[in-house]
Design a protein around this ligand. Structure first.
Ligand SMILES: [Zn+2]
Length: 144
């Protein structure tokens, strides 16, 4: 900021108003610069890309939850194979993928991310519950 050129206003009667306006403007410019440097320097907590590259804002946000993760047993397709549907995780698609991977390994079964839910083969809900609780989730076994 060129405070040296601004300082001559101090002698004038209307100097206070002008000075205030200048200070406001320079504060705004400083703010913009900070935002700019944040964009190039910091990471998005969700996708770990720099904020300038992050496209999380373009992706649909996970639905709001009541804080409970629910494990629902459901049968899939004509084969009638049981799967466990995990709903209410409140995570982004990328985070769901990150969570599903070790969970599948833990259960020793296949699974998939569907929308904002995770589907795990089988119906060992107690095992899934324990694993999720170990990661800080509050988990309810819901339905039949
Ligand atoms: Zn991101």
């Amino acid at each position: 900021m060129q405070w040296c050129t601004q300082s001559r206003f101090l002698a004038l009667p209307q100097s206070r108003a002008i000075l205030l306006a200048l200070m406001k403007r320079s504060a705004l410019m400083t703010k913009n610069r900070l935002v700019y440097s944040t964009e190039t320097g910091q990471q998005c907590p969700q996708c770990k890309a720099t904020l300038a590259r992050c496209r999380c804002a373009d992706k649909p946000a996970p639905p709001t939850t009541d804080g409970w993760v629910r494990l629902q047993r459901t049968t899939k397709g004509r084969g009638g194979k049981s799967v466990t549907l995990i709903t209410g995780l409140g995570l982004s698609a990328d985070q769901l993928k990150e969570l599903a991977k070790p969970l599948k390994q833990h259960c020793g079964v296949g699974g998939t991310v569907k929308g904002f839910d995770i589907e795990i083969q089988g119906e060992d809900r107690a095992k899934i519950q324990k694993w999720l609780e170990g990661r800080g989730f509050k988990v309810k076994i819901a339905g039949g």
